[in-house]
Design a protein around this ligand. Structure first.
Ligand code: GTP
Ligand code: MG
Length: 215
């Protein structure tokens, strides 16, 4: 898929204030600093579109970007950010989960995972929650330029083994690096495939759009 336009639409902190759910939406989420904004910039070929920083937790809102005037990318704050108060964290967590459950046009939540790290409880729990709430998702391993191919392969095999303790089969996954521009084509192809499955549902009939149960 060729990205001809990518524009920032709006930021807000409530799913009810998001733009109309009339086109497919793809959510990028993961722990702080995992590389969400960098990956969005890679996919759209717009280095400054989503702000990147070395200060974890910089993106603190639901941020919508309109791509090719046809679909949305959403950049979300990193979860598991220790430097905010417990109350603030819980408030954001509730907002986030409500958005993920209620937003009808989400076609896929891309859960970003740092390829260098051991499987983190917070990520495993979050994917479990997505599955329990029928929110479609895929795993995206980031920063693979930081290690050799051999190390990446053994880390991935380990991740797979840990996942298979909980899951019957491994969810779909992608391997990426914003530095090497790796994974861009595979992700865009997947998005294109899901875009073709999107059906606009009148608000009165709205039901969660899950690629698994579209007919
Ligand atoms: P928050 O919004 O703060 O949660 O962070 P984020 O997940 O959006 O991460 P961001 O894209 O801002 O990247 C965090 C840091 O990791 C930045 O210094 C990036 O330059 C770096 N980074 C992101 N992706 C990659 C990658 O693929 N390879 C390498 N080597 N560094 C990366
Ligand atoms: Mg960010």
């Amino acid at each position: 898929m060729n990205i001809s336009s990518a524009v920032f639409v709006q930021s807000n902190s409530d799913y009810k204030l998001c733009p109309p759910a009339d086109r497919p939406e793809y959510v990028f989420i993961g722990r702080s600093n995992v590389g969400k904004s960098s990956l969005i910039n890679l996919l759209t070929s717009k280095p400054g579109l989503a702000k990147t920083s070395q200060i974890p937790g910089k993106t603190r809102l639901i941020n919508h970007f309109l791509i090719n005037q046809e679909w949305y990318i959403v950049d979300l704050p990193g979860y598991g950010w220790a430097k905010v108060s417990k109350t603030e964290r819980e408030k954001w967590d509730a907002t986030l989960r409500q958005y993920l459950k209620k937003r009808e046009n989400i076609m896929c939540v891309f859960v970003l995972l740092d390829s260098r790290l051991e499987p983190q409880a917070v990520d495993l729990e979050f994917m479990q929650w997505l599955s329990e709430n029928s929110v479609p998702f895929a795993m995206v391993f980031t920063k693979i330029d930081k290690h050799s191919n051999t190390k990446n392969e053994s880390n991935l095999a380990h991740y797979e083994a840990v996942m298979l303790e909980q899951w019957e089969e491994l969810p779909l996954y992608f391997i990426t690096s914003a530095v090497l521009k790796e994974g861009k084509e595979a992700l865009l192809n997947y998005i294109e495939e899901l875009n073709s499955l999107f059906i606009v549902t009148p608000p009165s009939l709205s039901a969660k759009k899950n690629p698994g149960n579209l007919s």
